[in-house]
Write a protein that binds this ligand. Sequence first.
Ligand code: GLC
Length: 662
Amino acid sequence: MVRKYVFGCPFETEAVTEAITPETGTPEYGTILTEKGFLFTLALEGQDAVYGLGEANRGINKRGYVYVSNCTDDPEHTENKVSLYGAHNFIIVDRKGKDTFGMFFDYPSSIRFDIGYTKSEELTVSCEEADLYLYVITGENAYDIVKQFRRIIGRSYIPPKYAFGFGQSRWGYRNAEDFRHVAEEYRKHNIPIDMVYMDIDYMQDYKDFTVNQSFPDFKAFVDEMKEKKIHLIPIIDAGVKIEEGYDVYEEGVRENMFCKREDGTDFAAAVWPGLTHFPDMLNPEARRWFGRKYKILTDAGIDGFWNDMNEPAIFFSEEGMEEVKQFLKGYLEEGQDGNAEQEKGNPFQAFKLRGKINSLANSPEDYRRFYHNVNGKKVRHDKVHNLFGYNMTRAAGEAFGEITPGKRILMFSRSSYIGMHRYGGVWMGDNKSWWSHLLLNLKMLPSLNMCGFLYTGADLGGFGADTTEDLLLRWLALGVFTPLMRNHAALGTREQECYQFGRTNDFRHVIGVRYRLLPYLYSEFMKAALHDGMYFRPLAFDYTDDDMAREVEDQLLLGNEIMIAPVYTQNAGGRYVYLPEEMMFVKFLPDGTLHKEVLEKGHHYVKVALNEVPLFIRKGKAIPVVDAAQCVDEINMETKQMLGYEGAEYDLYEDDGVSTVE
Ligand code: GLC
């Protein structure tokens, strides 16, 4: 049962697509105050668990910390961080012995979820303005609540089938030769691959919808890669470079497509290209205009994109830089009390100076400096900040319906809000080559699924910092199961393509397992998308009466048949697992054979070598496996065999993988 409550005068985010008649009273759970902003308060009991919040830090059970939905470009995903790139304001309060319910706070600006942080037995949700829609969902259990929520927000985005293959990316690939080289190395070593990603350097001076001079005939290059069965996936950034003669910039200025300052001039912010203007993604006309630009690349044969820097990230604004200049001038020329010399020796001034410079990026002040034109109404950006990335991806998604009708296009974004799940997936942003981030990757998966984001994954091997061969292998063994399976690394880090290390056979094997499982993974993804289900679920969602299952945060159910439990610690030869029922433990061994063993319900230590991929088949079930292939297109369904319990049947979902699904 879904109930809708209206507070004040909410902004229409269009996150919810189903028309629901609002209630007159207040929700039956907790208390709500609207005098000073909005404040929801609920008492929590010892065993209550809180799920949701999509791409957020920390655990699957969010209890014990505070989270702020405020889309932020922050590459330091340490435990203390409260905001990441997404704003997914859906939670489920799973109360032992009492009814479980879900809540979606449809509010487009910063909103704080204090889940037993300030007071361990209290949940509060607060935001500055009491203008929002609140949806309260009751149901049989947490999973039932998720399904109802997903129904009202509309069907999740479905990518083309090739996007379930493996992809290689690196910030730093520059020219045709670089991309060709990556493709050739993978093919030469027979490591399966379907996609090579193009990071910002493929563009001319970081200008969206351009390619640099190393591609004299871009379409011919895209075709050449297609012949090798490789899809090129270019990045598109939110900011449009300010440069005379650049048509996208000139057209945008002329047609009033960019976000404006209070005085009506186009707002300028520095990002990778230098100073840029932000297309007004909240203005339907500008959205249509920007979306149509993707045609420049689809016309060249491109059939996949990733949208970036769309929080939107700001390195600095002209106004912000001016303030720092003034501060520095005062510091150097006058000092406090007019004594510059003395001030220079004052360590506190130096701290202040450093703080000033650091606060140039993504500053709240800058987000108050520009405006959107929402159907003729001027709206200050900070009031709707969390909708920018969503609407950038929506711009593309809506345009694809016109420029590539009937055809699925790969699309995923860094920043997002619920609603964007209808137009694209997300990747988890700039993680690090840390073992702790492998586990964080796993924990984010079910929470993202709760909020509709099914096509998702993290930068395998880690984006920032230097990876190690064992970390990459273990991370790939998790990536084998994530719909988006991409190895991506930052400029200046150790090269981490799978052919850069000694154990090429092991990389071939681990990625090969992805292709062996692909029919199953794709089928389960499609079932989840078409029936508002979750591809990844916490154990607690299925084994509702099992207290131990409620505590497991490093194993997940995938689809209807399997459980995954990756190894996420260095130098480990295996790990402990908890089986809530009897299961068949399967390992894909490097020689192509399988290890199969039925294990009783309970705790077990299972050995898993660096070059093995483990999974667990649930009691009485079986999954299809095929032979490994070099790319999705070459998977041979005639090699299909059943793996699991004798006599079990599996309902395989199959389609052409290309056409949009009605
Ligand atoms: C951002 C993205 C990252 C990309 C880089 C350069 O940091 O999150 O994936 O490589 O920008 O475009």
